[in-house]
Ligand binder design. Structure first.
Ligand code: ADP
Ligand code: MG
Length: 684
């Protein structure tokens, strides 16, 4: 057996024997393109072909293996009749049938009066057991290839077990000899397996089903390390030297003194952290986390003011037009009496105006540009951009972050703001390249939101309550899990609910969901903001931070469908003023223990960070909404819930050691997890 060359595994699967254009297309369906993808495609189970059964013991419906003598081959010349081979052992006879087969081939693999091993699913036909198109037929000398437990992979049309095995064994049985990136000492101390050994075991045992098996843990550790190295390298590149900014405390003080409120301690703290980054001679790359309504916007505006007063341009971008406009309005108000030029730019800005704005940005005549994401992806040349703030950056992955920092230029500081609280274990893997600031308290004017739960069958009791609320000029969010009704899911849909509610309150109801055009969505949101409508029926699309201070009631249907963090975020849409916010969770009957616990937590706490931790505990990591929303699908194997200790171990290894990472040694690892490109793309 020769081991393949190390970098062979990064070649296209077509380099393997038996893989042509057609098969490679099928493999692609299962996301197998490079040879290394076969290594990472773990079996989900095993097929037991290890017992040789007597014919008289066979059971229909099972995959079984027999050892038989070939007695007779029949090749009927009638269309649609199968070719049949009669076989027997000491205990009985059995027919093996083939559809779509060639006589020559069958004669070759079924030599008359010879013993063969056959393995396949036993069927039943006309009162007799038989095997049709068996998976394996092999001479007795080769029994070892068939008579055993064979790994079972998720396959797809055009690839069967035998074919896939032929392909995968070429690499799994011949793994390249690598210089392990982990020291022997480290492995011994931390009970981590050798890489080769681990991969072999994962493919040849049921270790792959057990997230705690030592071979699986090795793969997980590698995956986490690859992820952390990427972040740590990203960080090094982002935190380069810059010209430090001068901050005029008086200007900031003046603005604060004109605010209708005073900052919370938490806000004061993060303000200091951001300002000290601005003053530092390394570029800022920071994420500001704070629950919905914790007051992140004003912090961004204050720090932007500082940068502008030092003579730089600033940009603030948001994911939606309406949020941009909200920020724009607020900025104009706050900077009213100072000589600061603010502009608003979005996809809707007409081209003449747009040109004008772009020119002014280029000439430095605009100090502060506010707009949507899409816009900043296009080329805008600033004269001297000093600070970019990105609000509600759910979908900003590592790659986008590094692209952004590159675009901003040498002296550009970057601040991301997010209302998605992330559990501690995941913080590092998501934001390991950034510094983190947290706003942990809410303005004290807020009243605690009243959270109620109600069985759905009592929905009729709600109509009078809604009527009262509308008469009081309160506004209402009504959230459904689906857009359209489904035959398969017993969930409420926004479309249907809109019809029902609109009949009860004609003309007072709006509908919004993800498959509407962006313009339509913005229009509906505007109508709600301007109080033209009282009830907004929606899916969860409008989770991001638009401020509707007049909406103080939210009703969430099928609340058990949502995760804790998501419910918390939805709830955060209300209670954003000094008015009392109310959240009503509608449930179907027969709640699980878990669901009851979730309601209890929600009723008791409004702390997003606490809720995120509880969410992780209750549902495990796969379902964690906050995590998914962050847009990072970094882990295929690692599960922060199960592998908490490995995350810590990797953190110590990658982040706490202040030595240069040996790129050569890790290159293979990074390529294995498709991270090498992210790192290389940062090279400039
Ligand atoms: P988010 O953190 O969700 O972006 P916002 O910045 O939109 O929150 O703030 C929500 C509301 O709270 C705004 O109306 C804002 O004016 C108000 N606000 C911010 N800070 C304070 C404070 N310290 N005291 C009272 N109200 C505040
Ligand atoms: Mg916000």
């Amino acid at each position: 057996m020769t081991l393949v060359k190390k970098y062979f595994i990064f070649e296209n699967v077509k380099k393997l024997k038996g893989v042509g254009p057609t098969l490679s297309k099928y493999l692609k369906v299962r996301k197998i393109e490079k040879i290394k993808d076969i290594i990472l495609n773990l079996p989900y189970s095993e097929t037991d072909r290890s017992q040789i059964s007597n014919i008289n013991e066979l059971e229909a419906g099972k995959i079984q293996t027999i050892k038989v003598v070939v007695k007779k081959l029949n090749f009927p010349r009638i269309k649609n009749l199968p070719n049949t081979i009669q076989c027997e052992d000491e205990t009985g006879k059995i027919d093996i049938s083939y559809f779509n087969s060639f006589e020559g081939y069958l004669r070759k693999i079924y030599p008359l009066n010879q013993i063969v091993i056959i393995s396949g699913k036993v069927g039943y036909f006309k009162n007799k057991l038989k095997i049709t198109n068996p998976d394996y037929v092999t001479p007795i000398e080769n029994r070892g290839y068939v008579v055993k437990n064979i790994p079972k992979y998720k396959l797809t049309k055009g690839i069967n077990e035998k074919k896939y095995r032929f392909i995968s064994e070429q690499i799994i049985e011949n793994l390249p000899k690598i210089e392990d990136w982990l020291d022997e000492d480290f492995k011994r101390k931390n009970k981590l397996m050798n890489w080769n050994e681990a991969i072999k075991r994962l493919h040849n045992s049921d270790d792959s089903k057990n997230k705690k098996s030592i071979s699986y843990r090795r793969l997980v550790f590698d995956e986490i390390c690859a992820n952390f190295i990427t972040l740590s390298e990203n960080r090094k590149r982002l935190k380069r030297k810059k010209i430090s900014k001068q901050i005029n405390k008086n200007f900031q003080k003046k603005i604060i003194s004109h605010l209708p409120f005073s900052l919370t301690d938490s806000q004061e703290k993060v303000l200091k952290e951001i300002n000290s980054d601005l003053k530092s001679d390394e570029r800022m790359f920071r994420i500001l986390q704070g629950d919905v309504g914790s007051g992140k916007t004003i912090i961004s505006l204050l720090t932007i003011a500082n940068v502008i007063s030092d003579g730089y341009q600033c940009a603030l971008m948001t994911p939606t037009e309406i949020l941009s406009q909200q920020h724009f309005k607020l900025a104009k108000k706050i900077f009213e009496n100072y000589n600061i030029n603010i502009e608003f730019l979005s996809g809707k800005t007409d081209s003449k105006k747009r040109k004008e704005i772009l020119k002014k940005i280029y000439n430095g005549k605009i100090d502060f540009l506010i707009g949507t994401h899409a816009l900043f992806q296009k080329k805008i040349d600033f004269q001297n951009l000093g600070f970019v703030v990105i609000d509600e950056q759910h979908k900003f992955g590592v790659k986008q972050r590094s692209d952004l920092a590159k675009k901003g230029g040498k002296n550009c500081d970057v601040l991301l703001m997010s209302a998605t609280p992330i559990p501690r274990t995941m913080m590092m893997s998501l934001y390991g390249d950034m510094d983190i600031s947290k706003i942990t308290e809410k303005p004290s004017v807020r009243k605690k939101i009243i959270t109620l739960s109600k069985p759905e069958k009592k929905i009729n009791e709600l109509w009078t309550f809604l009527k009262e609320q509308i008469e009081k000029k309160n506004q209402i969010f009504w959230v459904c899990p689906l857009i359209q009704g489904s035959k398969f899911l017993d969930y409420s849909s926004a479309n249907e609910k809109f019809e029902i509610i609109n009949k009860k309150f004609p003309g007072k109801v709006g509908l919004i969901h993800g498959s509407l055009e962006k313009e339509v969505k913005d229009e509906v949101l505007k109508n709600f903001l301007n109080k033209k409508i009282s009830i907004l029926v929606s899916t969860t699309v409008i989770e991001v931070g638009i401020d509707f201070p007049n909406a103080n009631l939210i009703i969430i249907e099928n609340a058990n469908k949502f995760g804790l963090s998501q419910l918390h975020q939805l709830r955060g849409r209300v209670g954003r003023s000094d008015k009392q916010g109310i959240c009503i969770l509608l449930f179907k009957d027969g709640l699980s223990k878990n669901a009851i616990k979730r309601i209890k937590i929600l009723k008791e706490s409004e702390d997003g960070f606490f809720i995120a931790e509880e969410d992780l505990k209750l549902r495990g990591f796969g379902d964690l909404t906050g995590y998914q929303q962050s847009g990072e699908k970094n882990f295929r194997f690692a599960d922060p819930f199960v592998h908490d200790d490995l995350f810590k171990m990797a953190e110590n290894l990658i982040f706490n050691i202040n030595k240069e990472i040996n790129h050569k040694k890790y290159h293979f690892l990074l390529k294995l997890f498709d991270k090498a490109e992210i790192i290389n793309s940062n090279e400039d």
